[in-house]
Design a protein around this ligand. Structure first.
Ligand code: SF4
Length: 368
């Protein structure tokens, strides 16, 4: 697995953000890259890679400098480590804004914690150093628990870096009309809001997210986002509990939420609560795809884009595979022994690194 946290020595009192320049005189095309005050340049490699910049020196251990050229790190000198906030060579960069959440979803991949540390100043510094045209994910916990800070962060970074785009996950429980002017001031084309809706039935949705009234509040928020002109990616994690209601949800989307950009039906990630409850939650879509197929057909027949996220390609009938892009991030993607000679592996997102060996799919195997 690609490491997101690396070992770093730095002589400083507080955490700080730097960008690594592993090759002196790095160039973009024929143009030498101008150094920023936060850049540190590789000086030498011994038992560690030593970088020096205006603020001093850092030593990076255990990773080849060529793999981290252009990466933006949040260095924590007390822990002796750094988080790779932006990996320059990857399209999958996400800022984890908080681990707090006001919901408790049965399949949560990152069970919430009470503790919160505000890192927005570091996130802003990191975003400003991201590669040209980058898309940055924002996730949690629930990012909009810190809505004011989040919106200010977006205004600042989008104003200073007009090439950046954002993909923001939110449970849609915290917006209100007072947020409308700020939401409308953000360039809609540059932000996609990923919002989960699990079922047409309020009872089932509320049961899945562990919060009474969440469905009603969410539907209000979707209307709010529509009026704000926001791009919405509606997300539905497929589970035994909501699979039977997929067609009803598709009808609800076409009748009430036709303004969404994309409906993403997502396979379950076996980590956090989902791992603990795997047998109870996992819906084998390779054996029972009909409901998924009907739901896709229905929304697509009304001109709404629909996609399958985190579905291994061979578990999807051939006629729907073009709707299943490889969505699992590079740093957590893995393939099974069964995949070794598969001819469609290049277009397949495979599995989460932590997917159980007994994968649960009745129909899976290399395509020849
Ligand atoms: S065998 Fe593996 S690589 Fe091939 S489609 Fe299935 S999951 Fe993907």
């Amino acid at each position: 697995m690609i490491p997101l946290r690396i070992k770093v020595d730095a002589n400083a009192d507080e955490p700080f953000v730097v960008r690594l320049r592993s090759f002196e005189g790095s160039v973009a095309g024929d143009i030498p890259i101008a150094l920023d005050a936060r850049d540190v340049v590789l000086e030498r490699v011994s038992d560690a890679a030593e970088y020096r910049g205006e603020g001093g020196c850092i030593r990076v251990h255990g990773i080849d400098p060529s793999q981290i050229d252009g990466d933006v790190l949040l260095v924590n000198p007390h822990r002796g480590s750094a988080d790779r906030l932006v990996r320059a060579s990857s399209p999958h960069n996400t800022f984890l804004v908080t681990e707090r959440c006001d919901q408790l979803c049965v399949m949560c991949s990152q069970p919430p914690k009470a503790h919160h540390v505000d890192l927005f100043a570091h996130f802003e510094a990191a975003a400003l150093l991201a590669p040209e045209g980058a898309t940055i994910g924002i996730s949690g916990g629930e990012p909009t628990l810190y809505k004011e800070e989040l919106l200010n962060f977006l205004v600042q970074t989008m104003g200073k870096r007009t090439d950046l785009r954002f993909h923001i996950l939110t449970n849609g429980q915290h917006f209100d009309e007072l947020d409308m002017p700020m939401m409308r001031s953000l360039e809609r084309e540059r932000i996609v809001w990923g919002v989960p809706l699990y079922c047409r039935s309020p009872e089932v949705h509320d049961e899945i997210v562990g919060k009474q009234g969440a469905h009603a509040r969410l539907v209000e928020t979707l209307g709010f986002l529509c009026r704000a002109g926001a791009q919405i990616e509606l997300r539905t994690v497929l589970m035994k509990r909501n699979a039977p209601g997929l067609t009803a949800l598709a009808r609800f989307i076409t009748s009430t939420l036709p303004f969404i950009q994309t409906w993403a039906i997502m396979q379950l990630e076996s980590i956090g609560y989902a791992r603990q409850n795997w047998q109870r939650l996992f819906h084998d879509s390779s054996a029972e795809f009909d409901g998924v197929g009907r739901a896709l057909d229905l929304v697509r027949s009304r001109g709404i884009e629909a996609q399958l996220y985190n579905f291994p390609l061979c578990t999807v009938p051939a006629s729907y595979r073009h709707l299943a892009p490889p969505t699992i991030s590079d740093w957590k993607r893995a393939y099974l022994d069964e995949c070794r000679d598969c001819t469609i592996k290049d277009g397949c997102g495979g599995f989460f690194e932590w997917h159980p060996k007994k994968h649960g799919y009745a129909k899976l195997g290399a395509q020849s």
